[in-house]
Design a protein around this ligand. Sequence first.
Ligand code: UT7
Length: 332
Amino acid sequence: MNKVHAVITGIEGYLPDYILTNEELSHMVDTSDEWIMSRIGIKERHILKEQGSGSSDLAVKAIEKLLAKTNTKTEEVDFILCATVTPDMQFPATANIIADKLGITNGFGYDINAGCSGFLFALASASKWVEVGTCKKVIVVGTEKMSSIVDYTDRATCPIFGDGAGAVLLEPTTEDVGIMDSVLHADGSGRKYLHQKAGGSIKPASHETVDAHEHFIYQEGQAVYKHAVSRMYEANKEICERNNLASNHVDWYVPHQANKRIIDSLIEKLQLDPQRVMINIERFGNTTAATLPLCLWEWENKMKKGDKVILSAFGAGFSWGAIYLKWGYDPK
Ligand code: UT7
């Protein structure tokens, strides 16, 4: 019998309406469109403004469209895997909140926190549940309300991040498409360069932590940048070598969208055709666990069944890696 693969059979995304431009940011902190475009490559990002709304609400919007598009009933969904660093609450898992808001009651769910590699880790993990036959219809969603942990008085981090969600439906197939291979890596010593200081068990929230802005993203940008460039390059090399893929055998590269310069150096080091690299950072910013599915969503109608796709990401943890998949369907 042919091997069972997990294949993406549908994709959707959602971005909140409000657009925060570089122009508006330049009135909030000492920055400029010129600096942000030349150093990061972001023009605007979407922000969830509605009071009382969180990452689950972004995910629900994307998944509602996904269920309609793929004719999937809520009772058919047996597993929701949610990748996020901005859960609705410390607990319970945002996956459970999403399921409740959608009326998904037959399945189970949990969250994965692998920083900007969250969707990558989630997709690789969920594919195993499908391959062994436990799950037949799985939703993998990357969803972030990054604006909830961005310090809008810190010019070094506030231009980078945006809010959004991207979700895929994952199903089993015996055809030669779907998730073919993955390489995942982590190095917890990198946490000193990128973390949120307070709000966890080491330093619970207090008046002092709030006053000291310790519930926001702390990032040493240059150190993270250097690791991101080398680790994403290595992960791309590793996944291609393991699968005997020359770079001209790959139809689409989907890199995490953290900084346009990181993507450009990946293109240069791997000698990629820029037309084959999905890039939307200019309009969405870094939506952390949502960048990869938001790219796939935007490029959905350009991909054909069997197209070879490499996803790669690097982020907090540090955690990084790559997935090799064959796209599952033609444009509708
Ligand atoms: O997705 C998770 C993984 N995260 C990443 O991959 C992010 C990796 N890091 C980066 O993308 C970049 O390091 C940043 C975009 C965060 C920063 O860019 P950079 O080119 O590394 O700038 P820098 O931190 O070295 O700062 C250079 C200068 C500094 O001024 P001085 O000390 O040279 O006078 C900063 O104060 O730029 C200044 N600066 C700004 N100037 C205008 C920092 N932020 C801004 C700003 N506007 N927004």
